[in-house]
Design a binder for this molecule. Structure first.
Ligand code: FAD
Length: 477
């Protein structure tokens, strides 16, 4: 009998768990015994996904939802039999506010990402000035960029929609997804669709309208989707931690090793890989899938593959924190008729955004209470993430007092810090990935995947993890 192939996975975030799940499935489907060892330095699996049940509250420390447009998270959830536990955004509110000029303004209906697609609500909105609106409409006349290739988010938006659209829409809405700085964000690595729209329609507005029309036609011709209707963002009744718990169950606790920190990975003399732990123990494997943050991966290869290590070190990260606060409903004078608000950098405040969590999602707070979640830090205010819990809560309370007029203290609070937690796809990211691929391809059984590479959202991470597992499987069979 052949010895089962050994697969090591480093990092127990959603990417690593998805990779382990894929290998588990492959092994079952083909009746091929394999050995999987997933090493995670933290005591719990899940990485950035942390759901805390603090009865009667449900707190998400990191991500609180994913988009259904990218199919990979939904598909995994269906495979796990959890479709019945999906949670749509609540219908009691809709949309979001933007804080500008000392007031909350509703993001005009029809603004898709940052592109206005409905003239009337856009014209009536007080968020953008008249010159700003006229400049945005000029997008229809601005010629396409002649040069091919990458551009920063800020240069693209300034060119097509003008500075006010950059400051009030693109920076907080689009840059905010990465907690990034539009001045150095690579558009091709983050939102290549904008560049395609410009090339396709000659303008973003026309491109977006064309895309909408195409989607409507596609939906008409498509057989009705199975199961209940899903909203654009989706979560789970018991929070995203439920997905982590189920993956752990399917992968099996024997294969999962929490509290095990890897320090080095090097090619072994037998053609596989030697994985060394901080405590000096080592394990060998035929293939290794590295799903940690890229700076952690850089350390693994520092001695044996220094060029790979240098390239991985070039991917920067920023820090952020989430602060969840529970207030009695009557302590909040605002009607709470949206899912929250975003704060442009130009407003010069100390929070990036606030989700009105228990308005956006059911099952998050008891009747009569409201759960709010503020985002702190990001590319512009990273230093705030180092504040102590009490200082950070005080600071968020001051901001909520100014912006939402909340003066009472919260009944409960929860702080989660993500030091160097958000990878930044800056200019040159795609070239860097190409150079990284070129190196890894010369080694059999080495795969890198996760938020630092090709998509930070949960669906992209799941896709990357599963793809890496398929490649690892194929390389050994
Ligand atoms: C505050 C916040 C909010 C977000 N909101 C959303 C959202 O709403 N929707 C969405 O789609 N995405 C969101 N994201 C992004 C998304 O959560 C992450 O990109 C994704 O979860 C990353 O998964 P991953 O497995 O690639 O990495 P991680 O979850 O970072 O996992 C990597 C793992 O590697 C482990 N590790 C590191 N070094 C070592 C070592 N030496 N040895 C062993 N293990 C090690 C780490 O402990 C970690 O568990 C958010 C992110 C943050 C920080």
């Amino acid at each position: 009998m052949m010895t089962p192939k050994k697969y090591a996975i480093i990092g127990g975030g959603i990417t690593g768990l998805a990779a382990a799940y894929e290998l588990t499935q492959k092994s079952r489907q083909t009746d091929t015994p394999i050995k999987i060892e997933l090493f995670e330095k933290a005591p719990e699996m899940g990485g950035k996904i942390i759901t805390k049940k603090d009865d009667p509250y449900l707190i998400e420390g990191g991500p609180d939802c994913f988009i259904v447009e990218k199919p990979w998270a939904l598909q995994l959830i269906k495979e796990l039999g959890l479709e019945g536990e999906l949670l749509n955004t609540s219908s009691q509110a809709t949309g979001t506010f933007v804080y500008d000029n000392n007031a909350l303004h509703r993001l005009p209906e029809g603004v898709m990402m940052m592109v206005p697609t409905k003239p009337i609500p856009f014209i009536l909105s007080k968020l953008i000035s008249w010159p700003g609106k006229i400049r945005m409409a000029c997008d229809i006349l601005v010629p396409k960029r002649k040069e091919a290739g990458d551009e920063t988010l800020s240069s693209f938006v300034r060119r097509r929609l003008g500075k006010e659209a950059l400051d009030k829409l693109a920076e907080p809405l689009i840059g905010g997804i990465h907690a990034g700085d539009p001045e150095n964000m690579s558009l091709l690595s983050t939102f290549p669709r904008f560049l395609e729209m410009e090339q396709d329609g000659g303008s973003l507005i026309i491109g977006m309208l064309k895309r909408q029309k195409k989607m409507v036609a596609m939906m008409k011709n498509r057989p009705a989707p199975s199961g209940p209707k899903k909203t654009f963002f989706i979560s789970m009744n018991d929070g995203l931690g439920r997905l982590v718990d189920e993956l752990e169950k399917v992968i099996g606790s024997d294969n999962l090793h929490p509290d095990r920190e890897i320090s080095q990975i090097r090619p072994s003399q037998t053609g596989g890989w030697l994985i060394e732990e901080k405590n000096q123990e080592s394990t060998d494997a035929d293939a290794v899938i590295v799903t940690t943050e890229t700076y952690a991966a850089a350390n693994f290869f520092r001695n044996e593959l220094p060029r790979l290590s240098d390239l991985l070190d070039e991917i920067p990260y920023v820090s952020s924190a989430t602060v969840s606060l529970a207030f009695p409903r009557k302590a909040i004078p605002h009607p709470l008729d949206a899912y929250g608000f975003i704060v442009p950098k130009i407003a010069n405040r100390r929070i990036m955004a606030v989700t009105w969590s228990s308005i956006k999602w059911d099952h998050r707070a008891p009747e009569g209470m409201v759960l709010l979640r503020a985002f702190v830090g990001g590319a512009h205010r990273q230093e705030l993430v180092s504040l102590g819990d009490q200082e950070m809560i005080k600071m968020v309370r001051e901001e909520l007092s100014t912006i939402m007029n909340i003066s009472s203290p919260p009944q409960k609070s929860w702080v989660y810090r993500w030091m160097q937690g958000m990878p930044q796809y800056i200019m040159g990211h795609l070239e860097r990935l190409e150079a990284i691929d070129k190196i890894t391809k010369t080694y059999k059984g080495l795969y890198l995947a996760g938020a630092g590479y090709r998509g930070i959202g949960i669906p992209d991470c799941i896709n990357q993890g599963r793809q890496a597992a398929v490649k690892a499987w194929e390389s050994l069979t």
